[in-house]
Design a protein around this ligand. Structure first.
Ligand code: NA7
Length: 539
């Protein structure tokens, strides 16, 4: 039996999918349904329940801005929201807009294909259900496909292993256990102090040393909460105008505009402010290597001052890339945890992991016996969540083949050959280089307006022009080279963390504000770069 045809199918019930549902269903009056693999809303946050999981954007800016009522109603408790608080927020939003009735939970999409004669997307789920819709909108997030390195012997391991991005919902008790953790990215840096506080011992396997600045997390005072509410208009405006969608502005001065003493004082001040605001004192940290090295040296010195053991300090500060060329983590007691006697650090760059044995991890330097292994090894970022949907477009062409040499899209929103499919925060858009809700709201609103335009104008099908895709690819590449971002060889922005993945810089690094302007111009010029086909042209 043919499934009923919906206007829109949305895959994923995180920040993007929830807002997309609200926009299409409640504002446009369309029939829309969300298919979600998890048992609840939250998307990336639904799965990332590891110890210490916390957002690196400040809470009052890590939220939807489309509803004044929500901005005034919801109260964040800490400077950086912890995973359970984000989940409470997501559920609050879902309930406020009565979204759950149109979300099918525990429904994993395993395939989607474009049915050209019917002008429809057909979607299959793991449980064997079929859906059909005019528009397919992927809201699958950028960091939702766990990367578990294929170490030989993992299946022989007698202990328990877990990936941070697929954390057991009942939690994990580390009491009395010898724990090993592979990975020191943003996730690993958050989890290490928390696991160390509980485990009998913690062995950290570090491949690439990482910068981290102190988060300086704290409960929000009633005065700050009141200030935020009174100033939300201005805060939201700033978030729309800044390069990264954060609520603070980066000063427009160079590191070389000030004396050595002034620079040192500015770094100390921003170190005290904490978190990603460390970058806010100077405008050239992320674009000028010499300027960057001043910031990098400052952080490396802080690491060496904090970590008492000289060998650990050497390994942790021996960082091979410019500061913030990889996503810069922020931490609560990471380097301090390294001072604990029961926390050891293993250099797996010098002595790589060769296998997982029944008893633990073997590197070229020897075996480490462990009761549990935590994989904080990141994600098959940006393309991974889309490719695992097994999407086939026009003429039966698979997205996997179109992207074999790296993702190609127009504005990170649409792929040539995949009509009426929209990718929220897809590769080629600012996405992971921004405070995510800002990028998400912009994409969702663009897609909503575009669909409304199509319906008003009788447009049955839209997809990007080949030249527009090629031009955009050049722009994405050029924008990355105006920054130091491509200079981190092991960055997941480049796909370098997944063996065999094409090394292509995936997000658009030109800044969220500039990107927003480009999208507005595209729309104002009648959706320049897209091919719009009317109903009559299809018959
Ligand atoms: P990341 O930032 O990709 O970090 C993963 C870590 O795991 C990183 O230290 C990797 O080292 C390490 N890793 C990955 N594979 C291996 C192997 N095979 N052997 C040893 N070590 C390995 O992921 P996160 O989850 O921390 O953060 C992802 C994003 O989530 C973050 O940037 C925020 O945006 C939120 P490497 O650096 O590749 O040498």
């Amino acid at each position: 039996m043919n499934p009923p045809v919906l206007d829109a199918l949305i895959i994923g019930a995180g920040f993007s999918g929830m807002y997309q549902l609200h926009c299409l269903r409640d504002r446009q009056g369309l029939s829309a349904l969300v298919l979600e693999a998890g048992a609840g809303v939250g998307g990336t946050w639904y799965w990332n329940r590891y110890p210490g999981a916390r957002c690196d954007s400040e809470s009052h800016s890590y939220c939807y801005s489309f509803s004044q009522e929500m901005l005034q109603e919801w109260e964040w408790s800490e400077r950086y929201p912890e995973q359970p608080e984000i989940m409470r927020y997501m559920n609050y939003v879902a309930d406020k807009f009565d979204l759950k009735r149109d979300i099918r939970f525990n429904t994993r999409v395993i395939a989607a294909h474009w049915d050209a004669p019917a002008n429809l997307w057909r979607v299959e789920t793991e449980a064997g259900q079929s859906y059909a819709a005019r528009y397919l909108i992927t809201a699958v997030g950028c960091l939702s496909t766990a990367n578990v390195p294929k170490f030989p012997g993992l299946e022989s391991y007698e202990g328990r292993w877990v990936h941070t991005g697929e954390w057991p919902h009942e939690g994990v008790d580390f009491t009395g256990l010898r724990v090993g953790q592979i990975g020191t990215g943003s996730t690993g840096i958050q989890s290490i102090p928390v696991i160390a506080a509980q485990a009998a011992s913690l062995t950290v396997f570090q491949r690439t040393a990482n910068y981290s600045t102190p988060a300086r997390n704290h409960p929000l005072s009633p005065e700050f909460q009141a200030w935020v509410k009174a100033n939300y208009g201005e805060i939201v405006q700033t978030m729309r105008e800044t390069r990264n969608g954060h609520w603070f502005r980066i000063k427009d001065r160079s590191i070389f505009d000030v004396t050595d003493e002034e620079r040192e004082a500015a770094f100390e001040e921003s170190w005290e402010k904490g978190g990603l605001q460390f970058r806010s004192e100077f405008g050239d940290i992320t674009t000028n290597l010499e300027a960057n090295s001043k910031a990098a040296e400052f952080i490396k010195r802080k690491i060496r001052e904090t970590v008492k053991d000289p060998e650990k300090a050497r390994l942790l500060s021996d960082i091979d890339h410019p500061y913030a060329a990889k996503r810069p983590p922020i931490d609560t007691g990471y380097f301090e945890a390294m001072n604990l006697d029961h926390v050891s650090l293993v250099d797996v760059k010098a002595n790589p992991i060769v296998e997982i044995t029944p008893k633990g991890v073997r590197t070229t330097a020897g075996e480490y016996e462990l009761d549990m292994i935590v994989f904080a090894t990141g994600f098959d970022a940006m393309t991974g969540p889309l490719l695992r949907l097994n999407i086939t477009g026009r003429d039966g062409v698979a997205l996997r083949d179109v992207w074999a040499a790296g993702p190609r899209s127009y504005l990170g929103l649409q792929v040539e050959g995949f009509p009426n499919m929209f990718t929220i925060t897809g590769p080629g858009s600012p996405s992971v280089l921004t405070n995510m809700p800002v990028a998400i709201e912009q994409h969702v609103e663009f897609i909503t307006t575009l669909i409304a335009h199509m319906r008003a104008e009788g447009v049955a099908r839209i997809e990007p022009q080949a030249e527009a895709v090629a031009d955009w690819l050049v722009k994405v590449n050029e924008a990355s080279h105006e920054t130091l971002l491509p200079q981190a060889a092991s960055s997941w922005y480049l796909g370098a963390n997944v063996p065999g993945k094409p090394r292509v810089f995936m997000p658009y690094a030109g800044g969220m504000a500039k990107y927003r302007g480009i999208c507005e111009e595209v729309a104002a010029e009648g959706y320049k770069g897209f091919v719009l086909e009317r109903e009559t042209a299809l018959t």
